[in-house]
Design a protein around this ligand. Sequence first.
Ligand code: TPP
Ligand code: MG
Length: 532
Amino acid sequence: MKTVHDVTYELLRSRGLTTVFGNPWSNELPFLSNFPGDFRYILGLQEAVVVGMADGYAQATGQPALVNLHSAAGVGNAMGALVNASVAHSPLVITAGQQARAMMTLEAQLTNVDAPQLPRPLVKWSFEPPRPQDVPAALTRAIHLASLPPRGPVFVSVPFDDWTTPADDSSRFLAERSVTSSAPPAPALVTELARRLEQARNPVMVVGAEVDVPGAFEAAVQLAERCRMPAWIAPSPSRCPFPTTHRCFRGVLPFGIRPLAEKLAGHDLIVVFGAPVFRYHQFAPGPYLPEGAQLVAVTSDPAEAARAPMGEAIVADVALTLEALAAAMPSNLNSTRPLLAPRPRPKPALDSDVPLSAATVFDILDQVKPPGAVVVNESTANTGTFWKRVNFDRPRSFYFPAAGSLGFGVAATAGVQLAEPSRPVIAVIGDGSANYAITGLWTAARYHPPATFLILRNEEYGALKWFAGVLGVGNLPGLELGGIDYCALAAGYGVHAVRASSREELAAALKSAVDLEAPELIEVATKGQALD
Ligand SMILES: Cc1ncc(C[n+]2csc(CCOP(=O)(O)OP(=O)(O)O)c2C)c(N)n1
Ligand SMILES: [Mg+2]
């Protein structure tokens, strides 16, 4: 007779969910017992690291990732990382161990009281099965729901005595199930949007994270080329959905309402693909659209479509829509619109005084990183400088915490590198940010993803100083760091570390770290202010 444990591992195997990111205690041990040899367990030493790693892994593979947390305490610790995963539409299947059913009512130690309520509203679906025999069906549903658009994290709480319960015979159907979603846009919508793109005087394209997958990425380029229209990345980007080296690329849109509309002034048609409209941050009220502009957004997320404060929206598969639109554009359109000139490049940062400026660090990174390298960025004061100086030309090359919740950097880097063993992964992390998930270095040392962790040590929460200027507030406590030795921390967790001060030292350290078949941390002292 098969148990719930047997059937669950069979169905996880059939879905390719053989990597478990976790941190256990007694409630979780019965799930982990007799852990099969073809599964791997990636231990994170704190749950923010566990979920951050799984988030990076899921985004980089494009597949659901399995997480196992400890009851309420583990879910609580993971919550900040879960905010990122939720905004990133990361398909995380999060499980948490629950007390034995017989002791939940009396609220024994480690009972997760109202477990499904705890991770809401950050998950698409949250559930505790009413019977032990329902666990495999609940997990199957969770896996399918996480993967269906709009993708996102789901949560299942499992009482620990469920695992040894005999499974229902009917659960044998679960592993064979497939649930697919393909929502192409209605042909009439494509024809109409293609006509509007053709007739527009000056159209512009805005792309978001959903476009940063093979297929959609290339189709977006094709559409921009066919229409000879500039392409911007939607504000607060967590991914790089357009090649920054392409002549149509213009940059990242500002994250205030008024500045964004001002940036798009002069365009009569704004087409947005795979982004919310828009993920603003700075409160800078003003008109949502420039004078005379119309906006059409295409997204797979009905909630994103519904909550946009302006424009039209089409809910459909973004890649299929981009492909259909590119194919529908007349080939003679090129002759009627001027060829775009590539965006101007910033002057190389030539300063060599120490500490280096962020601009110099990013120039060196851009020169040294090999083709196909992936960058995980969590250097918050310098994002504008970063986007001007660091370039990407292929999908799944850039990750940033999608909700801005710090702790993503160290953790997601380990997850991305585990998912992409053949691509060099380089993390660019602020000295403040590094501390939110510093124990991720231990996981990197333990499982050996050969990632490079570049810590920008400016000894401050630089972004907060910058934002204080934006808000016009001063005399603030709590913005100065300092006295933290990142090389010593790395050594403590078992990661080899070096300190680089000059341009030459940094370039050499980056080159050798990227070549190394093991994780390495580089600490570089940087100026508090970016050069440009
Ligand atoms: C979980 C969480 N807590 C606090 C913040 C607020 N926050 C935003 S940027 C920032 C500063 C990060 O400093 P650092 O990593 O040193 O980068 P720098 O700004 O100096 O480049 C902080 C604390 C946050 N984004 N997420
Ligand atoms: Mg800092």
